[in-house]
Design a binder for this molecule. Structure first.
Ligand code: ZN
Length: 220
C-alpha cells in the first residue's frame, strides 16, 4: 500500500500522520477528515512507544477507514496497520452508473487478489465481465432481458462486440475459464487477465461517453 502524509491538528499542535494514498474503500485519491481516537504510551518491546489510533472519513464515498500509528520522530507517525487493508482501483464514473453489480464483483475480486487468493480472483473477474456485458447490452442493444439472460458469456461477447474489443473480452473469458475449469489450458498471470479486462472497461466507458455526450451534438 502507498502512503502519503497528512497534517492533523491535535491538542493544540500539528502532528504528521501517514494515510493511504488512495481510499481503501473506494480508491479515490485520499484527502480524508481525520479524527484521533486514542493516544497512549504503550510498552511494545523493551521500549515505550506513543501509539495513536485514527479514523479517516473519505468524502468521496462517505465511509471511514482506520489506522494505527506509532510515533517515529517528534510529532511524526508511521502507519503500522490499516483497515480495510485492501486498495481498490477507482473505476470510471460511467461504469459505476451502468453496472453497480460489476463494480461490486470487480472490487471483491480485487480484494481476493490482494490477499493472495488468485484462483478466486480469476473466477471473479470473469463473472464481473459477464455482468458488465449484459448490463451494457440491456441498456444499449435492442435485446430485452429474456434474450440477454439466456446468452452464455461467449455468445454475449460475440453478439455485442466486434474487432479488437471482441478480442479483449475473449481473452478475459478464455483465461477466466482456466480458473473455473479443472483442466488448465494456458500459462499466464492474473495481472495479464486483469490488463485485458481493464482495456475492455475503458472501451465500454468510451462507448457510453459517445452514446451519451454531455452536451447535445445534433445538427440543426
Ligand atoms: Zn472513499
Amino acid at each position: 500500500m502507498d502512503f502519503i502524509n497528512q497534517q492533523v491538528y491535535n491538542n493544540g499542535s500539528y502532528i504528521n500522520l501517514q494515510i493511504p494514498k488512495f481510499c481503501p474503500q473506494c480508491g479515490a485519491v485520499n484527502n480524508p477528515e481525520t479524527i484521533i481516537l486514542s493516544k497512549q504510551n504503550i510498552k511494545t518491546s523493551d521500549k515505550n512507544e506513543l501509539v495513536i489510533s485514527a479514523s479517516h472519513h473519505c468524502n468521496a464515498c462517505n465511509k471511514s477507514h482506520f489506522t494505527i500509528q506509532v510515533e517515529s520522530t517528534g510529532g511524526s507517525y508511521l502507519a503500522k496497520s490499516v483497515y480495510p487493508e485492501t486498495q481498490p482501483s477507482l473505476l470510471p464514473e460511467e461504469i459505476y452508473e451502468l453496472s453497480p453489480r460489476f463494480v461490486k464483483i470487480y472490487g471483491d475480486s480485487e480484494a481476493a487478489e490482494q490477499r493472495g487468493a488468485t484462483e478466486l480472483a480469476g473466477t471473479g473477474y470473469r463473472s464481473a465481465l459477464e455482468i458488465l456485458i449484459k448490463d451494457y447490452a440491456l441498456k444499449y442493444s435492442e435485446d430485452g432481458k429474456d434474450t440477454i439472460s439466456k446468452l452464455n458469456l461467449a455468445n454475449a461477447i460475440g453478439k455485442y462486440f466486434k474487432g479488437e474489443f471482441f478480442s479483449a473480452a475473449e481473452v478475459v473469458r478464455l483465461l477466466g475459464n482456466d480458473y473455473t475449469h479443472w483442466e488448465k489450458k494456458y500459462d499466464f498471470k492474473l495481472e495479464q487477465l486483469k490488463a485485458y479486462l481493464n482495456v475492455f472497461i475503458d472501451h465500454v466507458k468510451v462507448q457510453i461517453m459517445l452514446k451519451e455526450p454531455i452536451v447535445s451534438t445534433k445538427k440543426n
